[in-house]
Design a protein around this ligand. Sequence first.
Ligand code: ADP
Length: 173
Amino acid sequence: MTVLTLIRGSITDQRVDAIVNAANSSLLGGGGVDGAIHRAGGPEILAECRALRAARYGRGLRTGQAVATTAGRLDARWVIHTVGPVWSATEDRSGLLASCYRESLRVAAELGATSVAFPAISTGIYRWPMDDGARIAVRTARESVTAPVEDVRFVLFDEHAYGLFEAALAAED
Ligand code: ADP
């Protein structure tokens, strides 16, 4: 049975098979989680991202999609890069945010990962409201996780995010 857990801390400190990166479509690095992952994981990750851009993803990775690379020096086997939608007050993009969790879990299962760590995708630079982002994350992970993934962790950077994920988990039960 899959267990969803919450952790307060940095995603770069997780020891799991796969760490999910809140990337942008360029795959060439950015701020927030993306910057932290490339800083901690070293240049090998960026080198693979560049190779992906040169091959299958010449126009970048589309919003809601996911692709894996090495995890470099991180204590993980893979980084799964996914591109969250930018929050919009006028357009409902929640299907794309759900797709990030679903596609990342699909890639993780395909790779044979048993444990996956997620950040709260889109809730930083992309401004998605944390309470809604938490509900989408928890619901989609529960619905779409498949074997061999059995350990899904949401790694929240601060107490506020942690509390909202806790509430989203409690509401599901
Ligand atoms: P996005 O561009 O998808 O919004 P960000 O990286 O800006 O992605 O932020 C996503 C969420 O991750 C935010 O809630 C932010 O506070 C949080 N965050 C930033 N750095 C880390 C980290 N090292 N570990 C876990 N979460 C982080």
